[in-house]
Ligand binder design. Structure first.
Ligand SMILES: [Zn+2]
Length: 261
């Protein structure tokens, strides 16, 4: 299986990263995608993926909407992102990400303006380099859909930790996007998400943990790790009413298709 969204580079994994990767390999992981969130972390993410000899780690480069205070101006960021995409020592990133709009965090008009400018710039960079995107979207799905309709990315991408409505899910799928489903699906109160998991085509789902964030219901209050993915997959398969092996196989195929792995 493939964890399409995991922040394995975060310092919270420094003490046991090799052991997590060893166990992930033994549990049959095919790969893990590590999206960067701020520019200063790009080299760390690239280095981690380059050094891994246990399982395939792939990186994405981008500027996360929740950290606008840490990002440079849009023009400087555009130069840096283009440069990083073209000249990463380990080859190209698999996507531009993690990028998006987050209108859930308490944000001023100024903050939202900068989020929007950084987001649309990064969509344009993805299009220029023919890369998919990894999206972080909260309370801003219609805005994001509007931007995606305008830019029309040929490779689409993944809407990570999807939290929108059934209609919004359908609209993303029409635009060639797939939905990242993780720990949120393991909570019994997640009725709307369960309906979406049952309704969208199986070709439109991918698995993720978002570790260390979004701990699943069975490990509430603990650090989330990629090793929770098999149990998350089990729960999603139950909701969907398919065999877990079939779910894992199809979601891996989907991840490879979208990210060109
Ligand atoms: Zn993330």
């Amino acid at each position: 299986m493939i964890d399409t969204h995991c922040h394995l580079d975060f310092p919270v994994f420094d003490h046991d990263r090799p052991s997590l990767l060893q166990q992930a390999k033994e549990s049959g992981f095919e790969g893990i995608i590590i999206p960067a969130v701020v520019q200063k972390d790009w080299p760390r993410v690239i280095r981690l993926c380059e050094q891994s000899n246990l399982i395939t780690l792939n990186f994405a480069l981008g500027l996360h909407p929740c950290f606008v205070d840490q990002h440079v101006s849009v023009d400087e960021a555009e130069l840096a992102l283009n440069e990083a995409v073209l000249h990463s020592v380990t080859g190209r990133p698999v996507a531009v990400g993690e990028i998006g709009l987050d209108y859930f965090i308490d944000s001023s008009e100024d903050n939202r303006k900068k989020q929007y400018a950084l987001f649309t710039m990064q969509l344009a960079v993805a299009k220029k380099h023919n890369l998919p995107v990894l999206l972080h979207v909260r309370k801003a799905h219609d805005e994001v859909l509007k931007c995606l309709r305008k830019v029309r990315l040929p490779k689409g991408g993944i809407v990570h930790a999807f939290s929108g409505s059934e209609q919004q899910a359908a609209q993303y799928c029409e635009l060639g996007f797939v939905l990242g489903i993780g720990g949120s699906a393991t909570y019994d109160r997640a009725k709307k998400l369960a309906r979406i998991i049952r309704q969208v085509p199986l070709e439109s789902l991918v698995l993720e943990t978002d570790a260390p964030d979004i701990p699943p219901a069975f490990s509430r209050g603990e650090r989330n790790t990629p090793l929770n993915l098999p149990r998350i997959a089990q729960k999603i398969a139950e909701i969907r009413g398919v065999n877990v092996a079939e779910l894992v196989q199809q979601t891996s195929t989907n991840a490879k298709r979208v990210l060109g792995l």
